[in-house]
Design a protein around this ligand. Structure first.
Ligand code: G6P
Ligand code: ZN
Length: 542
């Protein structure tokens, strides 16, 4: 039944920040997905007879590729596949399943927060046995393999029934179709004080979660409505749809604006949260207060002991370089380690495995901890509800109280999307070229202290990742960071991250864009954004 199919390599299968992402028509080219999956397996060793986890966010083309992946896994000698019912597993749930059942690894089919549909995005990524995204040495090996691959192995077999929980055989391979929610919900119940959150909700505290017609719907309904007692309908857009209902499943102030407006209205809910396509991102909004992801990390870390799973305290905090330094002040106060990594969750894996960090976060709406090896949207939402229940304070009081204690890091990200790649590269090259000339220079009241291209030395395995983003640090703790996104699928996206530290509580109520206006102007002056790209304003401001 095993069949070896001759194939031709594709030149463009380089995994980005989080796996290979392309438009569906690209993935649908002959043997395109097959090549990539075979290249993954060709880059691994010792998986014969072992378990592979497969799941995806339910987007368009998910089912087709899952069928292909199971066949290829069978023909390559895996012993068992654990697959979520209906092909569904959120990214954090997949990470949990890999860990819980000591699987060899897993393939997650998702393009995360990118839109889905016949002409939209699809993606495949590989996670290793610790449950986290494959490190660069594996993704580099996969890419090298894709450039020379000339055949893949598969099994001739009818379509596999993914819709019924149970065990079946595909050739010698055992396929176990599992409930995608159960293990994850059990883990959340271990980490958080469900009794306290249930009491909070029963007392009239109104919580809504917008699942954006993506993968978290079934998870949020089970946890929020069934286990925590929120009224039916508290989870909006709860049914995962292949095209996410035409929405852009990225939880931020642009794409989850309806939720934001609802929570801000006087008669609206007390707390709102949203998640992305594959369930690893989160956005948290309280009455009168949007919580920036950077602040969310700092506040979760500062209050970690309030959740049962973290009552012994945290070992350390890790954040990506462009994430604000709010968490650094918390780490300092707690007397725990703080780690600054490049963008990409995979860089947290070693720190978590080594027990150096317990909570991690990124400005890109990602927060998580050592409970899995991915960021985890619903985990962050439950952490917030646990903190609210324990402190008996609303989101706004918690955030402003945190600022009063630690100071406020005003923070914003300006994205310039779909710029021509050559123009974006030219901008970055010119910026890198002038770094040495910047220290000591003044721009109005802002004086450059240091300027560099961020390079990360992994303290666990000693690896070095260079060119991870240009940072310009000003005296007093303000900074501007420039980098090109590693997750886009058309052209280049320039991200400009702007941050100002304000210790004075009397100055914590300023509008963010206003508080950062001078830095935003200096960012353009130094990088020549208008001159290089012709853009006069960002596509998205978060
Ligand atoms: C994905 C990764 C994150 C990363 C984010 C932004 O969600 O999992 O770790 O922070 O992409 O990446 P980008 O390269 O687009 O800024
Ligand atoms: Zn995601």
């Amino acid at each position: 039944m095993t069949k070896i199919v001759a194939t031709k390599p594709y030149a463009d299968q380089k995994p980005g920040t989080s796996g290979l992402r392309k438009k569906v028509p690209v993935f649908a080219q002959e043997n395109y997905a097959e090549n990539f999956i075979q290249a993954i397996f060709d880059s691994l060793e010792g998986f014969q007879g072992k378990t592979l986890v497969i799941g995806g966010d339910g987007r368009y083309y998910n089912r087709e590729v899952i069928q292909k992946a199971i066949r290829i896994a069978a023909a390559n000698g895996f012993g068992k596949v654990l697959v979520g019912q209906g092909g569904i597993l959120s990214t954090p749930a997949a990470s949990n399943v890999i860990r819980k059942y000591a699987a060899y690894g897993g393939t997650i089919l998702s393009a995360s927060h990118n839109p889905g549909g016949p002409d939209e995005d699809f993606g495949i990524k590989y996670n290793i046995g610790n449950g986290g995204p494959a490190p660069e040495k594996i993704t580099d090996a996969i890419f090298s393999r894709t450039k020379v691959i000339d055949s893949y192995r598969t099994l001739e077999t009818p379509d596999i029934d993914l819709d019924t929980v149970g065990t079946l055989k595909v050739g010698d391979l055992t396929v176990e179709v599992i409930d995608p929610v159960a293990d994850y919900a059990a883990l959340m119940e271990e980490l958080f004080d469900f009794g306290a959150i249930r009491a909070l909700i029963a007392s009239g505290f109104r919580v809504v979660i917008d699942s954006m017609s993506a993968v978290t719907g079934p998870y949020a309904v089970e946890i929020l409505e069934k286990r925590l007692g929120a009224p039916a309908g508290s989870v909006r857009n709860a049914e995962p749809l292949p095209d996410f209902g035409g929405h852009h499943p990225d939880p931020n102030l642009v794409h989850a604006k309806e939720l934001y407006d609802d929570v801000m209205s006087p008669e609206g809910p007390d707390f709102g949260a949203a998640s992305d396509g594959d369930g690893d991102r989160n956005m948290v909004v309280g009455k009168g207060m949007f919580v920036t992801p950077s602040d969310s990390l700092a506040i979760i870390a500062a209050n970690a002991k309030l959740a049962p799973g973290y009552s012994a305290g945290i070992a350390g905090i890790a954040r990506s370089m462009p994430t604000s330094a709010a968490a650094d002040r918390v780490a300092e106060k707690l007397g725990v380690g703080i780690f600054e990594t490049p963008t990409g969750w995979k860089f947290f894996g070693n720190l978590l495995d080594a027990g150096l960090a317990t909570v991690c976060g990124e400005e890109s709406f990602g927060t998580g901890s050592s409970h899995v090896r991915e960021k985890d949207g619903l985990w962050a939402v439950l952490f917030w509800l646990n903190i609210i229940a324990a402190r008996k304070e609303g989101v706004k009081e918690i955030v402003t109280g945190h600022w009063a204690e630690f100071g406020r890091n005003y923070y914003s990200r300006h994205d310039y999307e779909a710029i021509e790649t050559e123009k974006a590269d030219a901008l970055m090259a010119e910026l890198r070229g002038k770094l040495a000339t910047l220290p000591g220079r003044s721009f109005g009241a802002l004086k450059v202290e240091t300027a560099d291209d961020f390079s990360y030395h992994d303290p666990v395995d000693g690896s070095i990742s260079s060119k991870q983003g240009v940072r310009i640090l000003f005296e007093g703790g303000s900074r501007v960071v420039f980098r090109l996104s590693g997750t886009g699928t058309s052209g280049a996206t320039l991200r400009v991250y702007v941050e100002r530290y304000e210790p004075d509580a009397a100055r914590h109520g300023i509008d963010t864009q206003e508080a950062l206006a001078d830095l935003i102007a200096v960012a353009d002056e130094i990088a020549g954004i208008r001159a290089h790209t012709g853009r006069t304003e960002p596509t998205v401001i978060t």
